[in-house]
Write a protein that binds this ligand. Structure first.
Ligand code: FE
Length: 196
């Protein structure tokens, strides 16, 4: 059940995203001991347990949706290779969600490069797969890149979601399924539609 993004609306997008979790959540998260679905659900669960606001919970839940962009029928075959999955995901999210949520997706790889350059402890705790992809992603940020990145008004939230991304790789952590979070996802969509 592929869906062209043009047919998706604020009324059916949550159901569609849920169907992606149901159908494809068991796919491998390359080099990590959890599936894609577990990874995203763990980020959301850890955010909720930490008392984070719904924006952060939903951003953590959806930050890797770009791994499934072939579902949305708007991208070329080269994109499905998941290079730049953060941009692809943000392009889908920005149509339906407040900017803070698409920013947390768009910049979650940049946030890793930022933290690697600014926080030595962070660097030492990265998973092996994450360290490996870091070099493909451009390595730690330069000082120019750091200053530019710090101009983003959503910086703090982007960093919070990055830490949840890194934490959501625990083979023993059980989580509720997507549908448990669906009302929060819908409420974030209403926040955007309400604001327009
Ligand atoms: Fe991730």
């Amino acid at each position: 059940m592929k869906e062209n993004i043009k047919n998706l609306t604020s009324k059916n997008i949550v159901e569609f995203i849920g169907s992606i979790f149901d159908r494809r959540g068991d796919e491998e998260y390359l080099g990590e001991p959890v599936t894609m679905g577990q990874h995203m659900l763990q980020g959301a669960t850890l955010a909720e347990e930490a008392g984070q606001p719904d924006q952060i919970i939903v951003a953590a839940l959806l930050h890797d949706i770009g791994h499934f962009t072939s579902e949305f029928g708007t991208f070329t075959m080269e994109d499905t290779e998941d290079r730049f999955h953060e941009d692809a995901g943000a392009q889908v999210l920005e149509k339906f969600f407040p900017k803070v949520i698409s920013d947390c997706c768009r910049f979650h790889v940049a946030a890793k490069r930022y933290l690697c350059a600014t926080d030595p402890e962070y660097f030492s705790k990265l998973s092996e797969a994450s360290l490996h992809s870091l070099s493909l992603q451009g390595g730690p940020m330069s000082s120019d890149e750091i200053s530019k990145f710090e101009e983003n008004p959503n910086l703090e939230k982007i960093i919070t979601v990055r830490h949840l991304d890194d934490a959501g790789k625990d083979p023993n952590l059980e989580t509720p399924d997507f549908w448990y979070f669906a009302p929060k996802v819908q409420s974030m969509i209403e926040q955007k539609t309400g604001a327009e």
